[in-house]
Ligand binder design. Structure first.
Ligand code: HEM
Length: 452
């Protein structure tokens, strides 16, 4: 593992990021239950409330949840400073995010105004408090660290995505306010799925891939320019969509080139890794990047096919679901599950190691009290996770066109997220046992002598 430039002593208490990581798979389980409950009706139309509920169980309940946890873990190790706000604020951010996601899902399903209002308030409080914690670091940390730069961009993209989301939610929560929110749905979706997801993956890849797979570092210049270009292209696309000026084709082409460049560049770096030993998390990354590539090709086929009437109109709904799945389940969730296989063991291992330095007698205990990463999540567990993930992904895609597979797809998605939850929980239980054992050893007292 390549840990140069990391502040390994500045790690947050395990309970801070882990609460987000352990809650996220439960939202995946809920999403699977929805697929099982609604069966083939889940693939009706993207505008149906159940579809919106499913989208946000995955995007807010799973993806945003993990992202916040990962930032609480990453930022201190990268820049040597904990995210301000303390444990109390973390607890509020987490609680409101859980409550907001659940209310939003129920609101879409039951169509109760009060639930939309609750979702609006809870999600706004959670995101606002988290942004408030992050902002001082992003303003004052003027060093040129790539991750700080990417997180700044991510922050702006998230403000647009979530700002638009909350604005549309306002229309649901207060129907008397006449807001023509449908104008913004596609803009919100593309900022979320292209801007946020891709730049998030860029930020995570730039740290995790060189560190865990020992590849050459990402070029800081490439990633800085690329992320900025993606944001500018999205901004222009949104402006064009609202003003109805038609240079969309050029912008689409530009965005496709930017995304393809990132995909090919990252795949090439992964291939140059020095540690050639088989590592299943590399496969998660490949699935994620190939999904992005396939979505670009698929999207162009759709545009060209629809324009030349090669694709029948009755397929348009299926195409939209396919694109959504490629981006949400394929691109984002594959990378996130792969990332969790690495960063959770790393967090638990570092915590045990730092604790054992304070209790030096514990280092000679047998069996060893500081677990290595592979004991926390084993290779076998990660392999099972990969098989479950890839089969659920393929089944979901198949079920859009052959709806009789929907139930099976839902079942495998359920097993996929349950396995993730069980794996992370088992790692945490192992960690807690070892932590307790280390604490039984006497703590080293620091003695200072002062010269008079
Ligand atoms: C606080 C956070 C968010 C809120 C309040 C929110 C709210 C909403 C609302 C109200 C809609 C429905 C618009 C309509 O009926 O036309 C919507 C659609 C959508 N949102 Fe969000 N959203 C949030 C975060 C996100 C994120 C982070 C993503 C993606 C990463 C996302 C992806 C989408 C997509 C893809 C759609 C369109 C769904 C479809 O076409 O079926 N949202 N959002």
């Amino acid at each position: 593992m390549n840990t140069k430039g990391l502040s390994l002593n500045t790690i947050p208490p395990v309970s801070i990021p882990l609460r987000f990581f352990l809650t996220a798979p439960l939202f995946g389980v809920l999403a699977a239950m929805m697929v099982l409950y609604f069966g083939q009706d889940i693939w009706g139309s993207r505008w149906q409330a159940r579809s919106l509920a499913l989208t946000h169980l995955l995007t807010i309940g799973f993806m945003l949840m993990v992202m916040i946890g990962a930032l609480y873990q990453f930022i201190p190790v990268m820049i040597g400073q904990l995210i301000p706000g303390g444990r109390k604020r973390v607890a509020i951010v987490h609680l409101f995010l859980v409550f907001g996601s659940l209310s939003l899902m129920s609101a879409f399903l039951i169509q109760e105004t009060i639930l939309f209002q609750l979702a609006l308030i809870s999600l706004a409080v959670s995101v606002f408090l988290f942004a408030l914690s992050l902002l001082p670091l992003l303003i004052t940390q003027l060093n040129d660290h790539l991750i700080v730069y990417l997180i700044r961009i991510l922050f702006c993209v998230l403000i647009v995505t979530i700002g638009l989301g909350l604005f549309m939610l306002l229309a649901y929560a207060y129907p008397n306010l006449i807001i023509n929110y449908r104008e913004y749905t596609d803009i919100h979706a593309s900022w979320g799925l292209i801007g946020w997801v891709v730049i998030l993956i860029m930020a995570v890849s730039s740290q995790v891939i060189p560190m865990f797979f020992v590849t050459p570092d990402f070029s800081v210049k490439y990633l800085k320019i690329l992320s900025l270009l993606i944001v500018l292209t999205l901004a222009m696309m949104s402006l064009m969509a609202l003003t109805k000026i038609d240079i969309q084709a050029i912008l689409n082409l530009l965005l496709s080139i930017e995304l393809s460049f990132f995909t090919i560049y990252t795949l090439q770096l992964i291939n140059q890794r020095k540690r050639k030993i088989p590592d299943i998390t590399v496969s998660f990354w490949r699935v994620s990047l190939f999904s992005l590539m396939i979505s670009i090709v698929y999207w162009w086929l759709l545009v060209l096919g629809t324009n030349s009437e090669l694709i029948p109109l009755k397929w348009s709904s299926q195409s939209e679901f396919t694109l959504g799945l490629l981006l949400i389940y394929g691109l984002a969730i594959s990378a996130i599950i792969g990332m969790l296989q690495k960063i959770v063991p790393f967090l638990l291992y570092l915590n045990l190691q730092n604790l054992s330095f304070k209790h030096p007698d514990s280092m000679s205990a047998e069996p060893k009290l500081v677990l290595n990463m592979k004991q926390i999540i084993t290779n076998q567990q990660s392999k099972v996770q990969f098989v479950l993930h890839i089969s659920s992904y393929l089944l979901l895609l198949i079920s859009i066109y052959w709806v009789k597979f929907t139930w099976l797809a839902g079942l495998v998605v359920l097993i996929n997220f349950s396995w993730l939850f069980i794996t992370l929980l088992r790692g945490f239980i192992l960690f807690s046992k070892k932590r307790k054992a280390i604490l039984m050893h006497p703590e080293m007292k620091m003695e200072f002598t002062f010269n008079k």
